[in-house]
Design a protein around this ligand. Structure first.
Ligand SMILES: Nc1ncnc2c1ncn2[C@@H]1O[C@H](COP(=O)(O)OP(=O)(O)OP(=O)(O)OP(=O)(O)OC[C@H]2O[C@@H](n3cnc4c(N)ncnc43)[C@H](O)[C@@H]2O)[C@@H](O)[C@H]1O
Length: 138
């Protein structure tokens, strides 16, 4: 059965720069990912994205402005099983908000596009970052 997850690619504006939030897992190969997680039964993808973002980064719905029309979907295999991940672009609009990690992550970084692409590693995730960045440059 396909696993479905959802999350937000969160960015902040610092002066004229755009920085993306990435979290490093405290397990496995310690990969870097935007906040996201598995969709629970009865939950919409968007509800999952808000819940997982709060759990994993401490950032609340009211801290974010979500780009409703920006949804991008990744498809890859984990341990031989298909996984689908939905992402929306979201801006951190509360300058006072701070990132608070859960036990699932050991570090976080706010990075420009180039560094963000480097650290996420996977080509399809890099494509999502590049596409979202284009929306912001329009
Ligand atoms: N190895 C591990 N050891 C112990 N506990 C573990 C574990 N993996 C998961 N868990 C547990 O699962 C929980 C996470 O659950 P959730 O929080 O619900 O799920 P998730 O964000 O989707 O996490 P996950 O890290 O599994 O997903 P990703 O697809 O990024 O990553 C899943 C795999 O896919 C790879 N991957 C990520 N993006 C990819 C892409 N674009 N293409 C191909 N592979 C990719 C990653 O490198 C990773 O290997 C954690 O609390 C932890 O307890």
């Amino acid at each position: 059965m396909t696993k479905v997850a959802a999350g937000f690619v969160i960015f902040r504006r610092i002066s004229n720069n755009i920085e993306y939030l990435l979290l490093q897992t405290s397990y496995g190969i310690h990969h870097w990912t935007p906040p996201k997680g598995h969709v629970d039964p009865g939950e919409s993808d968007l509800e999952t994205a808000y819940r997982e973002t709060l759990e994993e980064s401490g950032l609340k719905q009211s801290d974010l402005k979500v780009y409703d029309q920006s949804k991008k979907t990744l498809n890859y295999n984990v341990n031989g099983k298909p996984k689908v991940v939905h992402y929306w672009l979201a801006e951190l609009i509360n300058n006072e908000a701070t990132v608070k990690l859960s036990h699932e992550h050991q570090a976080f970084k706010w990075l420009g596009l180039e560094e963000a692409c480097e650290i996420v590693g996977y080509k399809d995730m890099q494509g999502v970052l590049v596409d979202f960045n284009k929306i912001l440059r329009k």
